[in-house]
Ligand binder design. Structure first.
Ligand code: BT5
Length: 415
């Protein structure tokens, strides 16, 4: 019997399902799966706009030789690829031998330890979990390789609660002009609901009304394609839901308590830490063909890299916490929450979204200046109506505002 470790990875279709099937397919009288790590989501190596991977490491006890074990791995890949994938499409699942006892093998087609093992966090993280204290045949501790790994940030835990429609596929790019721009094109070309496009940095990130959104590396800049069968009047509620999900995810992963400024800004300590741009496709039968929700969060962005004279004071999570935040965890927490609230919105209406938004609002109950396309309105921000429009009490009557910029807020009591 030899102990070996196998690395599993999938980045198409039902990724978690393929990993489960692969583990099941490996188990046989001559190969027992004795341990498995949790599932991790990882940014594709090389950042070419590929979908993120799910990775896992399993420990096995086997009587198979290294060559025969390699054959078994290939057979499992082929079985899953053939049954469920396109013939010439991307591989549904990869199964690699990472370690085989203390063996060091360098033969054509078979390298053990795996050539990427020492460098890739997506292998080291699950390996360290499944075999704490493990050392490579040359004596190097996996933990020390992990500590030195430059891409530790690109690996985070994934679990079945992350399997919702929104974020089923997350495509990760290095540099894009704007994730909203790409997502719009994908939506027009028929991309499925739930596709998420992420960029490490944007060269033409945009805000509302064609404003510039500064998007240096370290932030989380992404866009989500949605295809809600909601009436046009309810579309702004999707923006509120996305802002709530952003605030809730920041709270969950950093412990900060973000507030919301109408319509879609997320504030920490009174400063803007995230903004949201909702764009809609052509309306057919009172419903837009697609929506793109673009979200920009200043995560690990130095204050110097933020705009020097923003419309509204800006900050980043790193500046607010004095540490760095895990962008993958943040993204997944956000998508989990949005999946839940978006379902609720579509099936039961906007009540819950509005209640959550009110509870986090920095705007309501204050005297505000709202500039719209045609005028500036000053008054008491009294409430949001059932479509998410802001109700501002001015000269004894409510004005209903569907789009505008809120500035110059002051405590109502202080006026
Ligand atoms: C927004 O617009 O707040 C929407 C921002 C949406 C950005 C995301 S990133 C991913 C996706 N792809 C895109 O191209 N966009 C979306 P608005 O409320 O109009 O605020 C824009 C104003 O905020 C600018 O005029 C600046 O004054 C200020 N600003 C620019 N970059 C900022 C930043 N990183 N943090 C805080 N404020 C910023």
């Amino acid at each position: 019997m030899s102990r070996a470790f196998l690395g599993l990875g999938s980045n198409v279709g039902d990724r978690a399902g393929y990993l489960r099937d692969a583990v099941r397919g490996l188990d046989a009288p001559d190969l027992r799966v004795t341990g498995r790590s949790g599932v991790y989501e990882t940014v594709p190596w090389g950042l070419t706009g590929q979908a993120t991977y799910l990775n896992q490491v399993v420990a096995v006890e086997t009587t198979l030789s290294p060559r025969a074990l390699l054959g078994r791995c290939r057979a499992v890949e082929a079985a899953l690829g053939r049954v469920r994938g396109e013939r010439w499409g991307p591989r549904t699942v990869d199964v690699d031998i990472l370690l085989y006892g203390d063996a060091t093998i360098r033969e054509p087609g078979l390298a053990v330890p795996h050539v990427d093992l020492a460098r890739r966090a997506f292998v080291l993280v699950p390996l360290a979990e499944v075999a704490p204290g493990l050392r490579l045949p040359d004596g190097t501790a996996v933990d020390s390789l992990l500590a030195a790994s430059p891409d530790r940030e690109s690996v985070w835990r994934w679990d079945d609660a992350d399997a919702g429609t929104i974020g089923r596929e997350v495509r990760w790019y290095d540099t894009l002009p704007s994730t909203n721009e790409l997502a719009r094109r994908e939506a027009e070309a028929g991309a499925a609901e739930g596709l998420v496009v992420v960029a490490e940095q944007q060269t033409a990130g945009r805000g509302r009304l064609g404003r510039v959104w500064v998007s240096p590396p370290g932030g989380l800049w992404f866009s989500i394609i949605l295809r809600p069968s909601l009436g046009v009047a309810q579309i702004p509620l999707v923006g509120l839901a996305a802002a709530i999900a952003t605030a809730a995810a920041i709270e969950e992963t950093t412990g900060l308590h973000p507030r919301l400024k109408w319509p879609n800004d997320v504030l920490v300590g009174g400063r803007k830490v995230a903004g949201l741009l909702l764009e809609a496709g052509p309306v057919r039968r009172d419903s837009p063909a697609w929506l793109v929700a673009g979200i920009g969060i200043n995560v690990n962005v130095a204050p110097e890299a933020l705009p020097s004279r923003p419309r509204y004071p800006a900050t980043s999570l790193a500046a607010a916490t004095g540490g760095s935040a895990d962008r993958g965890r943040l993204l997944r927490a956000l998508l989990r929450r949005l999946n839940r609230d978006y379902d609720e919105l579509r099936t039961r209406g906007g009540e819950d979204i509005l209640a959550q938004w009110r509870a986090r609002s920095e705007t309501l109950g204050r005297v505000v200046h709202v500039s719209t396309a045609s005028e500036t309105i000053e008054g008491l921000a009294r409430d949001v109506d059932e479509t998410g429009a802001l109700l501002v009490r001015t000269r004894g009557a409510d004005r209903r505002i569907v789009a505008g910029d809120v500035t110059g807020e002051a405590e109502a009591g202080a006026q």
